[in-house]
Design a protein around this ligand. Sequence first.
Ligand code: BF8
Ligand code: SF4
Length: 672
Amino acid sequence: MPRYRDLTHTARPSDAPRVVDPKNPVRTTDPGTLQMLKMLEGRNIETVFDRVVAQQPQCTFGYKGVCCRICIAGPCRVKKEDGPGSRGICGASAYTIVSRNLVRLIAGGAASHSEHARHVLHTAHALVEGHAPDYEIKSADKLHNLAQKLGISTLDREDKEILKDVVELGYADFGRYQDRPLAFLDSFMTQGRRNKFQHTNVMPKAIDGTVTELLAQTAMGVDNDPVNIIFGGIKTALADLAGEYVGTTLSDVLFGVPEPIVSEANLGVIDPKMVNIAVHGHNPVLSEMVVAAARKMKAEAQKVGAEGVNVVGICCTGNELLMREGVYLATSSASQEMAIMTGALDAMIVDIQCIYPSVQTAAECFHTKIVTTEGIMKTPGAQHVAFKPETAMEDAQKLISIAIEAYKQRDPNKISIPSERHKLVAGFSMEALTDIFAKICPERPISVLTDAILSGQLKGVALMAGCNNLKRTQDEGHVTVLKELVKNDVFVIATGCSAGAYAKFGLMSPLAVEAYAGEGLKSFLKTLEDANPQLSTGLPLVFHVGSCVDNSRGADLAVAMANELGVDIPKVPFVASAPEAMHEKAVAIGTWCVSLGLPTHVGSLPPVEGSDLIYGVTTQIAHDVFGGNFIFEVDPLIGAQKLLDALEYRTWKLNIHKKTAEKNETPIAQGW
Ligand code: BF8
Ligand code: SF4
């Protein structure tokens, strides 16, 4: 096999169109959404798919990242190769403008994830202070493990006392001024990554301070060295990872560590006989309480003629509830409006992030109530109910009552629910995966995975993540890349709307293994199943590890594999892919994946093509420094091939280095 990281030696994407079929409004492959669109034909209802078409052609300057709006002397665009038109008014060149724009996306992503994490911290804080009576410590084990990692004593202490210290350290991570690394990041990294982040001066000391610093660094007339700017972006992406880690771990403490669980997904889970409530957004602090309140309010729903209350999830809060409670996942990002258009959704309760402003416009054509709950997320025309940890159950019951009231206004003539729904198995936290592996090797559970890779049974591990981006059809990228990977024996974990896609398509079910997995993956899963008879449902084709903040679980797995193999992450056959990245959060996640040392495929190009230098830094130089690199490729089949090449290259090299170390009785080579 060829021994190159990039077979073309250029790291350039293929010539596939950046926006596929720009005038075609049927921009989805999701079977439930296709059914819904068919039902809507002739009803003149606007959707996101129409708006994509209306935006074409999109501005090339913006697309390439060479439009600067950082100060109001602008906007400045790089129009020429040389001369005055090749720079902004202040003299900023393309590489400065592109790098500043790019890292400001990372700042937005880190601010979003950490805002979510801060909210979970506040809730945990209210709990330990005795002000949040509706919450509890659901997983003492997780709390103890986390505390030990963070260096917090657990001996002879009450759980609440331990949680208090954890929360204080979390708060310190947000606002620290002293020069020490972020505890929530430092605590779970490999030693190799800790050293790398210190040596390259990208180890953040505070989450909030790092985001602010990056905004200051990229303000008009400050940093214009593109490499220094990119390093500022990497530091912020690592602060983002720490925020995600806070979000995941404390949510596990408060709401439980996910375990394998059976559920269903796609629009067919909306039940015409029930009061249907969609929780949409990200934070389990709200949605967990909505689920608990719904369970208490069946009788109220029956009073208005419904059989009960059916809570369904959309986007990442849907993933959080699916993982821990087995709540149905109605749909994912690009098809969020469709849930309303079934005519049977009585309320959509939202918190933060990825909520289209258009949901209110869509709801006005139906009886659906949109209810916002967070001070920083309001929508004109929607109802607002401030949700507070202190009065959580009372607030949640109020939210359910709004839905029950709305149920009475349903128009039966407007109800059209797609039949599409698929069974799935989700709930694969790091702990759940470790338990499954431990049934084969209790002493070194992760060796079950790494040995399968070293022996050639598996080709490696892939973390599938990210959003929908309608430059191509919805979910086409996720599904195409997955099918190629599993056919070639890659063990796949998934988060966010990527996991949502697999759930909606029936690919997260044990039934899909027979149809799509290669022989190696099939036999690996069979061995796991045989050793785990308690998992009566069987194992799925792709393992759901959670919401987007739960990409931290993916980082945890990469760290565990590196430690098991005695190498740092850049040598581990582990790749990441966001075939349909859209949100700023996805840019932050992709950047920390690269900094951890992972080849990271992105199927929708971020605005980097306006500077060859930045393109080269992200796709090539990053590899020299951190061992990971971006693979920008818009054609999902070619993207999948590049991921497979990267895995094959790593496994080949790892095996050689391992054998050489054994033969010479030396430590394994650490270079990549
Ligand atoms: O955090 S994958 S569209 S829902 S940003 Fe948003 Fe993207 Fe979906 Fe979750 Ni993640
Ligand atoms: Fe133009 Fe410079 Fe202002 Fe950007 S910072 S808008 S390039 S003058």
